[in-house]
Write a protein of this length. Structure first.
Length: 226
């Protein structure tokens, strides 16, 4: 759970409006490519790890959510949920539609553009509402350490690996900035579902979001010079 928190970014609610504002449509191409695989890979692997951990609980231990007899069904459900997720699925469908050469009718395209414009501000508002009642308290030290890993160490690793792979320019910049984003809401939901590190993850999401004001600014400044 902590590994997921240290690697899973808030790519939608914060990432999309931020990248759109800073780098325009060209930056969104890279971001949407990341988003289309981001949840599918990380959440599926996290589900497998957590389901296997639940199966290995000793007798008499408090069960997880349902504690299945076999891990096959949860893993298959995780793969299906990752593909049919409301974030990557529209992107994949959009890529397929683009290959057809067809053009969206104006009567449909214009309302969708208006909805897309409202998405950014509404997402940021929902992030604030979600964290309004977050309790940090005694989890502050652990939450701060986890937030440093997510907001600073991860983008540093992404930058290093990207350079070693020969990446440069806007794609690498967007990747580094995306890695510097705060912990995603899906991590909070996973911790609640599996009843693992609930208080620490909740506090970490709040601290990570506050720390992102500095970490994202630093990542944007450094990444543009790579």
């Amino acid at each position: 759970m902590l590994a997921l928190a240290a690697t899973f970014s808030n790519t939608v609610a914060i990432g999309i409006p931020l990248i759109s504002l800073a780098y325009g449509e060209a930056g969104l191409v890279t971001l949407f490519t990341i988003i289309s695989l981001h949840a599918l890979i990380l959440l599926t692997l996290a589900t497998i790890a957590l389901e296997l951990a639940a199966l290995r609980q000793p007798a008499g231990a408090a069960p997880g959510p349902g504690k299945p007899d076999s891990w096959h069904r949860p893993v298959l459900d995780a793969l299906r949920s990752g593909i049919l997720h409301p974030v990557p699925l529209p992107i994949l469908l959009g890529l397929l539609f683009a290959q057809t050469g067809l053009v969206m009718p104006t009567v449909l395209d214009r309302p969708l553009q208006l909805l897309g414009t409202a998405m950014g501000p509404m997402s940021l508002l929902l992030v604030g509402a979600t964290l309004a009642n977050a309790r940090i308290g005694r989890q502050l030290k652990g939450a701060f350490g986890l937030s440093l890993l997510k907001n600073l160490v991860l983008p540093g690793l992404v930058a290093l690996i990207g350079l070693l792979m020969g990446l440069h320019g806007l794609p690498l910049t967007v990747m580094v900035v995306t890695a510097s984003l705060p912990i995603g809401a899906n991590v909070f939901m996973f911790s609640q579902r599996y009843q693992v590190a609930e208080e620490l993850v909740t506090a970490s999401v709040a601290v990570s979001t506050a720390l992102a004001i500095l970490s994202v600014s630093l990542a944007m400044t450094v990444a543009e010079r790579l």
